[in-house]
Design a protein around this ligand. Structure first.
Ligand code: ACO
Length: 399
């Protein structure tokens, strides 16, 4: 790699790199990806080992603080997060002001932005204790906000967090429990969800993480920066792809169109359609997360006794695409989003919640990057250059 930070100043030239295909905006010690080999590591640990052995909060610690926690460190961390799960009562009422049919991602980003108004005592970006408090608050409150976004869309009452439960079990209860009857967590669902969240925890400089860093580089507080990241994640070319995949599979099923015909239309770029859940800027061999998610899809649906035609359509689509020159030449493989929707659906989440689940997964990565950026003395405000293509200087018309 070459450092071109002073290239423009020294040469007078500006390097154009649309979509940052070639240009690194930062150094980072958090996540390593080798897109040609299909390798993903958090802080040096392979994603396969992490997914098999860890919990969401343990991985959050690893990403944020750099090493695995000791058992006592993890216990104290879990306890601290548990103590911050309650939302301010006014923040609970904040949801009342939003329309019931609002997309849960919009609700999520609005409520996270509103955290800046409720928790002014942790907005300093220079005070390590406040940064720590914001970290804990976000980890504790985002799942609660997410579950309230879900409950609101259903018109159901919000539950208070149950701090006797683990992080994931509590989240499931907040989403699927109700006031009228006891809720029993299904361990298969809980472990599968935790595994999916872990697989999403970080992915180096993707669009939403870059957004968090860019906003954070202005010294905006952590809540404001992460709210911006949630909005970046919303788009169908990024986190919104998991919802878009399920929509695509549902449309194929409803129309009765063959998978081969649909793939033909994708290849002809008819109406600009893409095979959602396929392709990645970095992975040009396979996405190691997609492999793990596909295994989960089979296991979870089997364990829950769910038979879903959409899973069969997804598998058929994958097989047809992977054998097709269009996809082979462009190195397009299933990404993490291709099979997640089918699993979330089997768990009982509506499609509009899928990207919200991604956001909960990605939160520790966003926090880790925000903190790394904030602690790095070399950080400068993010301010891309442009190549101006507009009108030359013009005289103001005489009137
Ligand atoms: N279906 C059909 N064609 C595709 C797809 C796709 N999913 N993805 C890329 N292509 C084609 C493009 O049309 C282009 O073809 P061309 O050379 O004939 O013009 C070529 O492959 C290269 O595509 P780019 O858009 O330049 O690739 P880029 O790296 O910019 O985009 C992206 C990556 C956005 C992920 C893209 O593959 C895509 O749109 N995929 C579908 C949406 C999706 O699944 N997003 C989730 C990404 S993973 C995540 O955020 C968690």
């Amino acid at each position: 790699s070459i450092d071109i930070s002073s290239f423009t100043r020294q040469t007078g030239y500006t390097a154009l790199d649309q979509g940052f295909v070639n240009t690194a905006a930062t150094k980072s010690a958090i996540t390593y990806i080798d897109g040609d080999q299909g390798i993903l590591r958090y802080r040096g640990y392979g994603i396969e080992d992490i997914a098999a052995n860890s919990t969401y909060l343990e991985v959050a610690w690893l990403l944020i603080y750099g090493n695995l926690p000791s058992p006592s460190e993890l216990e104290a961390f879990e306890e601290r997060v548990r103590r911050h799960t309650l939302l301010h009562e006014d923040l609970r009422r904040f949801f009342d002001a939003l329309p019931h049919n609002a997309h849960p991602m919009s609700v999520l980003s609005s409520a996270v932005s509103a955290l800046s108004t409720f928790y002014e005592d942790s907005l300093s970006v220079h005070d390590p204790e406040q940064v720590e408090l914001s970290t804990i608050r976000l980890l504790a409150k985002l799942p609660v906000i997410a579950a309230y976004a879900h409950k609101k869309s259903l018109g159901q009452a919000f539950l208070y967090p149950d701090n006797s439960l683990s992080f994931t079990d509590n989240f499931l209860k907040l989403n699927f429990g109700n006031m009228a009857e006891p809720y029993e967590v299904n361990p298969v669902v809980s472990r599968a969800l935790e595994r999916l969240l872990i697989l999403h925890e970080d992915h180096e400089q993707n669009a939403s993480t870059s957004t968090v860093r860019l906003v954070g580089s202005t010294e905006a507080n952590m809540f404001a920066s992460i709210s911006a990241g949630i909005n970046a994640l919303y788009g169908p070319l990024h986190g919104g792809a998991n919802e878009a995949v399920l929509k695509m599979l549902g449309e194929i099923k409803a129309s009765g169109e063959s998978v081969e015909k649909f793939v033909e239309r994708v290849k002809n770029k008819e109406d600009g359609i893409r095979l959602m859940g396929f392709g990645h800027r970095v992975y040009k061999n396979f996405d190691p997360r997609a492999k793990l998610v596909k295994e989960s899809a089979d296991e979870v649906l089997k364990a829950l006794g769910v038979q879903d035609d959409l899973l069969d359509i997804a598998k058929e689509l994958e097989a047809v695409a992977l054998a097709d020159d269009y996809f082979i030449e462009r190195k397009l493989y299933p990404n993490v989003d291709f099979y997640t929707g089918v699993i979330y659906k089997a768990m009982g989440f509506p499609p509009r919640m899928f990207t919200v689940l991604f956001a909960i997964g990605r939160l520790p990565g966003w926090i880790a990057h925000w903190r790394e950026m904030n602690e790095d003395k070399a950080t400068k405000i993010g301010r891309p250059q442009q190549l101006y293509t507009g009108a030359p200087a013009r005289d103001w018309p005489a009137r």
